[in-house]
Design a protein. Structure first.
Length: 135
């Protein structure tokens, strides 16, 4: 799956998301993604707060991905690797539907917290995606 950033303004997000985890630098109104740039997707999450894509960003989340609101992007390639699985369960923000590589499940916190195990798991997740920018 591949997406293209269509805007990066924090103020374009719903107010409930603006102060959540996306105001990475106090006072900044531009998010760490570039309009027009394409990004690989490493997972999808949908809950009461909306839909989010697990992506690497330009400067802050360059080694471990972060969930970014889907409204900031348009899908340019909707293909999903065969190894990805769907799971639905109750999360902190209501019923949560997730789509990601099977190895991701059970290691969500390791990836979000950037633990050594999280880095190891994410590198395995990346093996399924061929970065187009590095060719």
């Amino acid at each position: 799956m591949r997406i293209k950033c269509i805007h990066n303004s924090l103020t374009d997000l719903p107010e409930e998301l603006q102060g959540f985890a996306f105001s990475q630098i106090s006072g900044e109104t531009q998010l760490d993604i570039t309009p027009g740039k394409e990004y690989d997707v490493y997972g999808v999450r949908e809950n009461d707060l909306g839909k989010f894509y697990l992506v690497l960003t330009d400067k802050i989340y360059t080694k471990m991905p972060w969930f970014m609101p889907a409204s900031l992007y348009e899908v340019t390639d909707n293909s999903v690797p065969k190894s990805w699985v769907e799971k639905t369960d109750q999360g902190d923000f209501g019923k949560e539907h997730r789509l990601a590589p099977d190895i991701y499940f059970g290691h969500e916190e390791d990836i979000e917290d950037g633990t050594d195990l999280g880095y190891e798991v994410f590198q395995k997740m990346r093996q399924e995606i061929t970065p187009r920018d590095s060719k």
